[in-house]
Design a protein around this ligand. Structure first.
Ligand code: HEC
Ligand code: HEC
Ligand code: HEC
Length: 424
């Protein structure tokens, strides 16, 4: 009897002890990466996962060892803690999710090693952490001094005076991979990817953001000046819309609207971009890059069977071939009703003028102000061309009998008269 009790105890106890002594299995980093990260960052860490093409900014290419969010000198590799922080907290304002609560600290550490293994630089170089004193208190004097540092370091060249104003932000920047990028709107701290604390902000311009146009400013100012600047940047952050009450939201939009009105040309440029005037009224090369000299000078050819060929018009202020001798009213009438200067009405395609029919009077004024500001470029656009009778009948047959949509083709190159040496 006694023996059987002992045996029973042993039978229960021994496996428990054994389990306690076997080390927990190490996370399989390759597998974790494949399941959690590869769809964006790519199997080989090249930043070319299946979703990559849809994302802006694009997922990081790990093979170059260039990282934005570091506590290390400009150009240097990040520390393990830097990488772990980006993985755990995610990067706000981008599609990089935070994995806190999903992955254990051990799994994050395994992924840090996995991410590092994609770049040979980690085998031969050491990260160079910056020397950094404690964070000084953000006093009103420090904030005021920081405003001066903002001016001295010319942050406004990319971020706009006061770090804001949609039209003042530099948008035509490129990252090291040649992809378009834009400077961050500094009054929207919730979109700072590296965090919105004074220390986070300090680190961004102290270390620079490798791979982007955002440089390190350590040689341009003292450390204490950079801390003042961080306090200033923190102070210009505004309340997000989702924390505002109804009347605050209304006041916010009213103020934005008034600001926009002060610079109609900039506002008009914005409208011309979002309504597609720029995309249709500029010619492109075979590789889909714009022929910049002919931006908004027309020349892109559209073919819609069975209706014919239409070449987008020259919208620059050239008197002979562009809008130079159109009145403001003629431009507005055409954009909102499709009625040309000779009284004929354009088909509602390819130019979707019915979409512009309800553009507000002030937006139309701004659009015209912008078009007037375009320097003249001589590029004579041929009139629309009807198709020959056979393509016409074939097109009608496909449309009316086969119920196919009208096919639309866009041709590369400039169909206008512009000549400039060898270029198209
Ligand atoms: C939904 C897409 C997506 C997934 C999934 C994803 N990432 Fe990212 N990741 C991004 C994007 C986008 C960026 C670039 C953000 C930027 O440039 O500001 C990024 C950036 C990073 C960075 C660079 C930070 C720096 O300092 O430059 C690291 C490290 C990183 N991701 C690790 C991971 C790991 C590890 C996983 C898997 C656990 C993962 N990511 C999963 C989209 C993703
Ligand atoms: C040459 C243009 C340029 C200059 C000059 C510049 N920045 Fe930037 N800045 C950028 C770009 C581009 C980004 C966005 C980088 C990215 O995420 O890809 C950025 C991002 C930032 C961010 C957001 C970081 C985050 O966590 O997302 C802060 C804060 C910032 N800049 C502050 C400053 C301050 C302060 C100055 C002046 C000392 C300055 N910048 C000067 C181009 C510039
Ligand atoms: C989807 C492409 C597309 C978009 C978007 C577009 N256009 Fe056009 N536009 C055309 C084409 C094609 C023509 C030439 C049509 C023709 O000759 O019948 C044209 C013609 C014009 C004309 C000249 C009309 C004439 O007398 O021949 C003006 C002015 C014009 N567009 C202004 C604009 C403005 C301003 C915008 C932005 C608000 C705009 N377009 C957006 C394609 C476009």
């Amino acid at each position: 009897m006694k023996r059987s009790v002992l045996l029973l105890l042993a039978a229960v106890w021994l496996p428990v002890c054994a389990a306690a002594q076997t080390p927990a299995p190490r996370p399989n980093a390759g597998m974790l990466y494949w399941v959690r990260c590869a769809s964006c960052h790519g199997i080989e860490g090249k930043g070319d996962g299946e979703y990559a093409g849809l994302l802006s900014p694009r997922p990081r290419d790990f093979t170059t060892g260039r990282y934005k969010f570091r506590t290390t000198e400009t150009g240097s590799l990040p520390t393990d803690e830097d990488l772990a922080r980006s993985i755990t907290d995610g990067l706000h304002g981008s599609s990089m999710p935070g994995w806190r609560g999903v992955l254990s600290a051990e799994q994050v550490q395994a992924l840090v090693e996995q991410v590092k293994s994609f770049s040979p630089r980690f085998a031969s170089e050491q990260p160079r952490p910056i020397a950094m004193g404690p964070e000084p208190p953000s006093t009103p004097q420090a904030i005021e001094a920081g405003r001066g540092v903002y001016e001295k370091l010319k942050c406004a060249a990319c971020h706009g005076t006061d770090g804001r104003g949609a039209s003042a932000i530099a948008r035509d920047l490129k990252d090291d991979w040649g992809r378009p990028t834009r400077a961050t709107n500094l009054d929207e701290p919730w979109a700072f990817r590296g965090g919105s604390g004074v220390r986070d902000i300090f680190l961004r311009f102290r270390t620079g953001m490798n791979g982007t146009p955002m440089p390190s400013f350590i040689d341009a100012a003292s450390e204490s000046e950079l801390w003042q600047l961080a306090s200033y940047v923190k102070s210009i952050g505004r309340k997000p819309l989702w924390e505002m009450k109804g009347d605050e939201v209304a006041a916010f939009y009213r103020a934005r609207d008034e600001e926009d009105r002060k610079d109609p040309v900039k506002r008009g440029e914005y409208i011309a971009n979002i309504s597609g005037c720029v995309q249709c009224h500029s010619p492109y090369r075979e590789d889909n890059t714009m022929i910049e000299e002919l931006k908004l000078a027309g020349g892109q050819r559209f073919r819609i069977t069975p209706f014919g060929d239409f070449v987008a018009y020259n919208l620059t202020s050239d008197k002979e071939t562009g809008l130079g001798d159109w009145t403001d009213e003629q431009i507005k009438t055409f954009v909102t009703t499709g009625v040309r200067r000779d009284g004929s009405r354009m088909l509602p395609f390819p130019m979707p003028w019915p979409n512009f029919a309800h553009m507000s009077a002030s937006d139309l004024d701004a659009l015209v102000a912008f078009l007037r500001s375009l320097p003249p470029v001589s590029n004579r656009i041929p009139p629309p061309q009807a198709p020959n009778i056979f393509s016409y009948l074939a097109g009608k047959f496909r449309m009316l009998i086969l119920h196919e949509d009208q096919p639309l083709y866009m041709f590369p190159g400039n169909a206008g008269s512009w000549t400039d040496g060898a270029r198209p």
